[in-house]
Design a protein around this ligand. Structure first.
Ligand SMILES: NC(=O)c1ccc[n+]([C@@H]2O[C@H](COP(=O)([O-])OP(=O)(O)OC[C@H]3O[C@@H](n4cnc5c(N)ncnc54)[C@H](O)[C@@H]3O)[C@@H](O)[C@H]2O)c1
Length: 364
């Protein structure tokens, strides 16, 4: 059992380690791979079918071995041997709306992925930790009233708003099963809303909805704001979310691997509630967008209006604090978006027959 003093940095445990990152070409995954490389691992294997990712998001580094395939592919699974120290499972069918449009595709890439991966690795004896990217939205109370910070042991309902949420929960169930049955050293990291550099609008293949291009609220707002468009505020932007910068999530994932208890669950959250209207205002201020927001009706599928994660357990047990202030994280996201505008435009252009996106100026 590690003590608080041991937890200044998670990096030492990854030195010379054999690491597998499933979904490692994605937004969070590619940031995680970059951070892991700073810890001098022996090898970082990435399995990703580029369903919602771009190959160029992965760093070119001789220690990164990229396998372009689904983790449900039996030959890929057969190629995994008991030589892995750490596994991070981040593959998902991105995201809520796409899963509503195609629940079977969600099942294939968000549930079956998890079951087949865990069934393959559960009996490996060298494994030190298997970290699973779970979603705080599945556990958060579906409320419009004052949000109580959602703790790790909050009751989980049986009624959810999307197949995506159901799949993320099933992943927890399966991991808990393989932990109980085979002692697979399973750790659940429950994310809040992650934003930051590396989230490429339009990344990957068409997944049935405009969200294939627009992904999440922060990158959408940043792009539209840079194009001086009106930011759409559903329900007048009164919903709240707990936004966490991607570097903080990556630090939290590494802390889950280094210090998390097998069988444990940890929120990776900032603990701060931000309204969508405040987010829009901040982004417009940072980009200098003079166009006022556009008030829209509420989304018909989303009953989770106010949401924030409790941070105590991760701070005490993992030494984890989300350090990045939202203004700073947004400023860095905007700078990255400007610098990467060509790459982002190329990814969005693949879907131009279905979604028209504005061009942005890359000038400051
Ligand atoms: N970004 C957030 O705000 C957030 C919030 C809560 C939970 N999460 C979870 O974090 C993880 C990473 O999310 P992200 O935002 O980086 O999404 P992402 O879409 O960028 O990454 C998911 C990756 O999984 C890959 N993938 C999909 N199907 C696959 C398959 N069958 N085999 C192998 N790879 C496959 C995709 O190509 C992509 O690279 C996901 O599990 C997601 O559910 C993210």
């Amino acid at each position: 059992m590690s003590t608080a003093a041991d937890k200044s940095s998670p990096l030492p445990v990854f030195a010379n380690a054999e690491i597998l990152v499933v979904g490692g070409a994605g937004f969070v995954g590619s940031n995680l791979v970059r951070a892991l490389l700073t810890a001098n691992p022996a090898r970082v294997r990435v399995v990703d079918n580029l369903l919602s990712a771009e190959r160029k998001n992965l760093p070119d580094d001789p220690r990164v071995e990229f396998i372009e395939a689904s983790i449900t592919d039996d030959s890929v699974l057969a190629g995994l041997n008991d030589d892995l120290d750490y596994v991070f499972h981040l593959a998902t069918y991105h995201g809520n709306q796409s899963s509503i449009a195609d629940p079977l595709a969600d099942h294939a890439n968000n549930t079956l992925t998890t079951l087949k991966l865990f069934d393959r690795i559960a009996r490996f004896v060298r494994l030190k930790k298997v970290v699973y990217a779970s979603a705080g939205c599945t556990v958060a109370e579906k409320t419009a009233d004052l949000a109580k910070p959602t703790t790790e042991d909050a009751p989980v309902g049986l009624y959810h708003d999307s197949p995506y949420q159901v799949s993320k929960l099933i992943g927890e169930f399966y991991g808990n099963y393989y932990f109980g049955r085979y002692k697979m050293p399973f750790v659940k990291a429950r994310f809040q809303n992650v934003y930051g550099p590396g989230e490429i609008l339009g990344a990957g293949r068409w997944r049935g909805t405009p969200e294939t291009v627009w992904r999440n609220v922060t990158p959408t707002f940043v792009w539209r704001s840079l194009a001086h468009e009106a930011l759409p505020l559903e329900n007048a932007g009164q919903a709240t979310r707990d936004f966490i910068f991607v570097e903080d999530i990556v630090e939290g994932l590494m802390r889950c691997a280094a210090f998390g208890d097998a069988g444990g669950v940890y929120n990776l959250a900032s603990g701060a509630e931000t309204t969508i209207a405040e987010l829009a205002e901040l982004i417009n201020r940072l980009t200098g967008n003079p166009t006022p927001p556009d008030i829209k009706p509420a989304r018909d599928w989303d009953r989770s209006i106010r949401r924030v994660g409790a941070t105590d357990k991760a701070r005490e047990k993992l030494g984890f604090i989300a350090r990045t202030k939202i203004e700073d994280g947004l400023a860095r996201t905007i700078a990255w978006t400007r610098a990467s505008a060509g790459m982002i435009e190329a990814a969005m252009a693949k879907h131009a027959d279905k979604v028209q996106a504005p061009r942005v100026s890359t000038k400051k």
